[in-house]
Design a protein around this ligand. Structure first.
Ligand code: ADP
Ligand code: MG
Length: 560
């Protein structure tokens, strides 16, 4: 197959090759079949490959900026993907700027009237012709609906679909050529990258999908009064238009405005961090591009999520794994953390899992030794996923988005509050999580599961109890633990209790009595706090149990 013949726009191909050549990537072009598309002067030069990643990364960023929207988008996608490009490139590509002038109002009007099939003046009572923001894909105007509601109208850049289609066509050919001429690049799967990029970009180019995402995010965050997703007008939205309530606010990191509005940045950092966790871990559908221009703060300190072009999905079992991973971090159990990460991988069939784990372990161990300001968990996850590419451990793009989102959220948390502690962020979230998401059955199931799995249960019992009792003593709505749930608790234990080890019986007894006391509204027993009584009971039982065990009593310490 003579691939070059298939390229629809050879002039654009030449332009792209020329820019890459000028930015120092001539080595690759000269070795490929595309050499003949270079001018004569360039064709016979001898050019070594770029020697330093950091240097090459800067040039790649320049090349992308010079080549316009498709490449800017590609760079933005790559900056999110340490599994696809070396980390140095990710970090450099985060600084991509799109220098595109706004397009004229006449075109805005034309697109609106074409898509909504009515004159602009029948929908809007006024429309500001000067955009409030303009980027490579779209620009945003403020307007007022006939109802008097002020709205933000996002309009797609004219001709952008065609530009992107042409560039994607060329990118597929270039990626193919890269894979066949430079087998080293195969680990980074150029064809796979372009395919995925094409998928995401086509989604992003359809504002109907963005409007749907806005709606879904709005629904899932409706009970969180600290955040807001402005209402979307689906009736005025199309593939190229999205209309949404206009929101007054400043960028999340505009410290001067926060100060003027007397907004406490530490509290804001916490609201922001927990709302990201809430989306990713509670609902499994999350805003995966949470940079400051996409998140506003109103004058009361409410967070406003904008721009729903990149959203991540996390199914329930993956959410559970991520939560287990977070818990394993607090337990400082690097092996366990590593096992969980490896279990998240989508494809390990061609991978070297042992080598991957061995090399990734020190990255995790490093987290324990440092405070979050020095070593971010998100960035460590990010590094680990990037290592995956080296050992052919392939992760799901959604997991990478989670890592990236945590990484960004931590960075933002620290920017707002230099003393921001990730641990507190997770703890605050855990309270919210336990209160809202874990149905009593699930709590029970998990507790039973945990107890069952713990070999040395009794030694851990006081710790578990402390957590359970602490939860009970928190002023939570009483209906959380109803009698019905107590019965279910017992049934759950009964189920998990097939082998009837003594440890489970003890745990069930203590738990049941704790719940009973709580239900009676008691926080004290014999004049002592309930938590202390529970601890003492657990300790006494533990000692009794140990003595029995030593004496070769009815339990030999093995699960039967
Ligand atoms: N509902 C809105 N209310 C007020 N300003 C908005 C609204 N939506 C977008 N904007 C402004 O337009 C900018 C770009 O919008 P965004 O949806 O992020 O587009 P892009 O996909 O081009 O980044 C935002 O950073 C914000 O300044
Ligand atoms: Mg944006």
């Amino acid at each position: 197959m003579h691939i070059t013949n298939d390229i629809k726009d050879v002039n654009r191909l030449r332009k792209i090759l020329q820019v890459f050549f000028e930015e120092g990537f001539g080595h690759y072009i000269l070795k490929s079949r595309y050499r003949k598309h270079l001018s004569w002067g360039k064709r016979f030069k001898i050019i070594p490959p770029p020697s330093e990643y950091a240097e090459a990364a800067i040039h790649l960023r320049h090349a992308f900026e010079r080549l316009g929207p498709t490449f800017v988008k590609l760079g933005q996608l790559l900056s999110l993907r340490p599994d696809l490009v070396p980390l140095e490139f990710c970090r450099e590509l985060e600084h991509l700027q799109d220098h595109v002038p706004p397009f004229p109002y006449e075109q805005v009007q034309k697109i609106i009237e074409e898509d909504l099939k009515q004159p602009l003046s029948t929908i809007f009572s006024s429309f500001n012709p000067v955009p409030i923001a303009s980027a490579s894909m779209a620009q945003v105007h403020s307007a007022v609906l006939k109802s008097g509601q002020r709205v933000a109208v996002k309009v797609q850049r004219p001709g952008i679909q065609e530009i992107i289609d042409t560039d994607l066509d060329i990118l597929f050919h270039l990626a193919h050529s890269l894979e066949s001429h430079f087998p080293d690049t195969q680990n980074y799967r150029p064809m796979g990258v372009v395919k995925e990029f094409a998928y995401w970009t086509r989604r992003e180019l359809n504002f109907k999908i963005e409007a749907q995402s806005a709606q879904r995010l709005c629904d899932e965050l409706k009970d969180n009064h600290k955040v807001l997703v402005p209402k979307v007008y689906r009736e005025y939205s199309s593939r190229r238009i999205m209309v949404q309530d206009f929101v007054e606010g400043s960028k999340l990191d505009d410290m001067a405005v926060l100060k003027r509005n007397h907004i406490n940045p530490s509290r804001l950092a916490m609201t922001y961090f927990t709302s990201i966790l809430e989306q990713a871990l509670l609902h499994g559908f999350f805003h995966a591009d949470p940079h400051p221009a996409n998140i506003f703060v109103d004058k009361h300190g409410k967070l406003i999520y904008l721009d729903y072009g990149i959203m991540g999905y996390l199914p329930r079992e993956d959410r559970d794994k991520v939560i287990k991973f977070i818990v394993s971090l607090s337990e400082r159990d690097a092996d366990k953390s590593m096992d969980i990460i490896a279990s998240l991988a989508r494809d390990v069939s061609k991978g070297d899992v042992a080598q991957f784990k061995q090399e990734a372990l020190p990255i995790l161990e490093e987290i324990y030794g440092f405070s979050i300001a020095q070593k971010s968990v998100g960035s460590a996850l990010y590094e680990i996923i990037s290592l995956g590419a080296k050992y052919n451990i392939i992760f799901d793009p959604n997991h990478i988005l989670v890592a990236k989102t945590f990484y960004q959220a931590e960075g933002m948390g620290l920017k707002l509050n230099p003393k921001f502690k990730l641990r507190e962020g997770f703890e605050t979230f855990a309270k919210l999580y336990l209160k809202k998401n874990y149905s009593p059955q699930k709590i029970v199931g998990d507790i039973a599961g945990t107890f069952w799995k713990q070999r040395n249960l009794l030694f851990d019992l006081p710790d578990h109890l402390a957590r359970i009792v602490e939860r009970m003593e928190n002023p939570e709505p009483r209906h959380v633990f109803e009698i019905q749930q107590l019965l279910e608790l017992e049934q759950e234990f009964e189920k998990a209790n097939k082998r009837k080890t003594m440890s489970l019986i003890i745990a069930a007894l203590i738990l049941s009595s704790a719940v009973l006391f709580y239900m009676e509204g008691r926080t004290e027993l014999f004049g002592l706090p309930l938590s202390l009584v529970m601890f003492l009971t657990a300790l006494i039982l533990m000692f009794v149990f140990i003595i029995y065990k030593k004496g070769g009593g009815w339990y030999d310490g093995k699960d039967r």
